[in-house]
Design a protein around this ligand. Sequence first.
Ligand code: BGC
Length: 547
Amino acid sequence: MSYTTALHGGATDDILKSLHKQFTIDDQTLFKITTTFLSEISEGLSNYGRAMAMIPTFVKGVPDGSETGTFLALDLGGTNLRVCEVTLQGDQTFSLRQQKYKVSETLKTGEVTTLFDYLADSVDAFLTESSTPSKEPSSLIGSDPYAAVNQDTPYLPLALTFSFPVEQSALDSGVLLTWTKGFSAKNAVGKDVVKLLQDAFDRKHIHVKCVALVNDTVGALLSRAYTSGGCILGAIFGTGTNGAYVEEVSKITKLGDSAAAAAGGEMIVNTEWGAFNNSRSALPTTPYDNKVDRESINPRFQAFEKFISGMYLGEIARNVILSLIDAAPKPILFGGRSSDQLNKQWGLDTALLSEIEEAWEGLGQFSLAPGSVEVTEVEKLRRIQGVLAKRLELSPPDISLADADIVRQACTLIASRAARLSATAVAAILVHTGRARLWDQGEQSSAGLKDEGKRIGVGVDGSLVEFYPNFQTKLRASLRMLIGPEVESRVDIGMAKDGSGVGAALCALVAQRQSQAARTHGAYAYDHEETTIQVRTEVSYLSSLSS
Ligand code: BGC
């Protein structure tokens, strides 16, 4: 019997077994979820208005690393707002200068114009900073592309990375479908976000023009393609979760007989997989998930995201911990004591789960110097006791070694479920695009698959995939189970560092070429449909994936 097993007995043991049962998704269920994923993908490609929106982005190819230029990008994600200046060097490398700004709860939930005024002010502050003489020579003012633009147009072009579901009608316009990740700014849903931003710039006489709109997943895909030479899927596993992939336009049947459909070829589709299975017909839900959902600002929406992403894992863990503190007939944790931190909604950050797992695994700040003696389980649990006392403001004598072990097991269960579910999303895209087959009927051959024998590029970003101990290893293990070892071994999962900035820069480049072409052809005024056609023509510089 291991030391940790010996710590628990009777009622605790039963409760731990029950937690394991509730949070462990068996292989058969994982296959079923992937199959449901495949049908929701098809549904979304053929119909507008589906929860998993499968949004055509009007980005018609991926870069190959040879692109050049300096661009301004504004990135509104889940946690921060960033303004950056990105220089694409044309040799698969880039340099980036950025400034981060905090987005307060008041801004997230207030009037939308106040939020967009703040975005505009942040860009203004960044530009003012950039033009001070103390800044590096690469400052915006005087740098080549902006100077060129300034001679004949009185504005700086900027691309907006907006990490929320937006139904795009062109590269530079799209209406917000719904808020996610704790945002609920009023009077925004149904509005064109590019216009909201442009109006804010104009109100404040800031000479910046928003020329392109991009989701962070599209940014991840484009930036990974730029730095690695090829990528078919961009995915975010961070505060929220989502994926964008390269699709054949003929499969996006909801485009009907539009110009975009007639143009054919390939287009990046933003899946908005965070809203997969909102009906929860396939996702096995625990009472803890139900509570998180019920108390969220968008109950019954973003079901998949609520099982997976950094915004919610801490809150699920908090609910589990509280239920163990309150257990009857006897408390299971902390002698029945809680803390203000634990009692508060969102009081437990996913970063804490990560820290607990690092303490157990000896990773991050708990890594051992080479050659040191292995740490015993008791010492590992003592580290966890320390983390819990510090972060949850619990009194150290109230945290037993058994408590530390229970919390550790709960964190692992919650995060492992998230990693396994994440694999279903990746597997579904690979199967849908003809690059893999599901192994639910037993071993499958790879013969006849798209990209047979070739590397399959996947660009990822987000705090979970970057920092959470073993997240990627667990995701890969489930992916291997779902699609078999041969295809899985060819899947190159790589970080799309600064994807939101670099991806936005690449979209701004598309927009710039499009507007140059419009000027060359004397067509200054264009409506959205024409814009789309311009985009199609002008992105042909991007290498086609299939070539
Ligand atoms: C949003 C997506 C975004 C994802 C990752 C989700 O909540 O709906 O648009 O890509 O978070 O940031």
